[in-house]
Design a binder for this molecule. Structure first.
Ligand SMILES: *Cc1c(COP(=O)(O)O)cnc(C)c1O
Length: 416
């Protein structure tokens, strides 16, 4: 793939509103960067004026394999010409193969014998895990009906449904969407003692991101996840890891929880599971837990549809020999050294990183995260700010070393 020539930064980036923000009919629930894309291939996207950009957001990790990965596009095309939707009223020929392939990839990384429950969006996978944990709590653990609690961490991001925003600590995400769903206890992230203190006989699960992506790629202290695992085991509480953003290769491992050798009871997957083609999510975990969901107790019209299974199977295929993960880990180490140099040169306040995933903090007073994203846009790199002075970078796992170097050169240019 060709590499675009270096670009110089205009003296003052001109932030203009995007067409979606000025539209009278499109709801204004996003503040996108002023760019309108028409085309994408690999790590590159092209806008309406023919300008090319390196995509370092990757659809919040939904595009882990880049834009239009040939094997994912081929799987989708072939399936569109065969069978696209059956509903779960009938089986189709890819449903069990998809479940078995995903169980083959992720099963060895979770506790117990694995079961797979396919859904569509990430929030639905989280809702599914919450429902399964509560039902398991009542029917297996013996928690009195209606009393189950789930412990979550502050700074969490698990999606946008009314139940999920009920335990968000982000005021914008939560305010004026009540009344809120009860049954959640929020504790500080990274503090295993606070978590232990919040667990009692009504606790059915701990729901946690092994690394908090939306919060700015916040990596907990090394002892945290293992400590959470042991206290969950000791208290007969389910450990649910939300790996919707951290999973499927992003951290240089199949799951982020592998970084600490921790096996969750349930894992939620989404984003990259759909290969950037369509929404595909799943809960993978202990069959004695997911097994409490019987016919009629939970479902989805589109969950596990033939097109989703075809693409999901191809995604699992791309991750099955571990080479994508290993390449991401190696590229990430190299990239991390360059990012650390930007910190020691004073261009960045701090960097947190795992695999090909980084949270960058812009120094106080220099510029905001949004300013940096606008400057990056001007030099041909797409990224998105999160929480004021932080931007999160998540290059496609298929990015080449040359492309990543070029993107980092441009980042340095934008910071200077
Ligand atoms: C994106 C995300 C979700 C929600 O996924 P949607 O597909 O947007 O519903 C949940 N959890 C985490 C960790 C995420 O990053």
């Amino acid at each position: 793939m060709s590499i675009a020539p270096p670009v110089t930064l205009p003296s003052s980036p001109s932030p203009s509103p995007s067409s979606s923000e000025t539209s009278q009919v499109l709801a204004h629930n996003y503040h996108p960067l002023p760019v309108t894309l028409v085309d994408g291939l690999g790590s590159w996207v092209t806008d309406v004026e023919g300008r090319r950009y390196l995509d370092l957001l990757s659809g919040y990790s939904a595009l882990n394999f880049g834009h239009r990965h040939p094997s994912l596009v081929a799987a989708a095309h072939a399936q569109i010409d065969r069978l696209t939707l059956t509903s779960r009223a009938f089986d189709h020929d890819l449903l069990v193969p998809f479940a078995e392939a995903l169980a083959g990839l992720v099963g060895p990384l979770v506790a117990g014998s694995p079961m797979v429950l396919p859904m569509n969006t990430g929030a639905e996978a989280v809702e599914t895990a919450i429902k399964a944990a509560r039902k398991w709590g009542y029917e297996v653990k013996g928690v009195p009906d209606g009393r189950a609690t789930i412990v979550v961490a502050d700074g969490n991001f698990h999606g946008r449904t009314t139940t999920i925003v009920s335990f968000s600590t982000d005021e914008d995400a939560r305010r004026h969407f009540g009344p809120y769903t009860p049954g959640f206890v929020v504790v500080p992230y990274g503090d295993a003692e606070a978590l232990a203190a919040a667990v009692d006989e009504t606790t059915v699960a701990v729901l946690i991101e092994p690394i908090q992506g939306e919060q700015g790629v916040v990596v907990p202290p090394p002892s945290y996840l293992p400590a959470v695992r042991s206290l969950c085991t000791a208290a007969d509480v389910l450990l649910i890891c939300d790996e919707i953003q951290s999973g499927l290769g992003r951290t240089g491992t199949t799951l982020a929880s592998e970084l600490w050798g921790v096996r969750p009871d349930l894992v939620t997957l989404g984003k990259a599971l759909g290969g950037g083609v369509l929404p595909v999510s799943a809960v993978v975990g202990r069959s004695d837990v997911l097994g409490v969901l019987t016919a009629g107790t939970h479902g989805s019209t589109f969950g596990g549809n033939p097109l989703a299974c075809a693409v999901g199977l191809a995604v699992v295929g791309l991750l099955s020999d571990g080479s994508v993960q290993a390449t991401a880990a190696a590229l990430g180490t190299r990239w991390g050294q360059r990012l650390d140099t930007l910190v020691s040169d004073g261009l960045l306040a701090s960097v947190r990183r795992a695999g090909l995933w980084a949270g960058l903090d812009v120094p106080d007073g220099r510029m905001t995260g949004r300013d940096l994203c606008e400057r990056l846009l001007a030099v041909g790199v797409l990224a998105k700010d999160t929480h004021g002075s932080t931007i999160r970078l998540a290059p496609p796992l298929t990015i080449t070393a040359d492309e990543l170097d070029l993107a980092t050169d441009r980042l340095e240019l934008a910071l200077r």
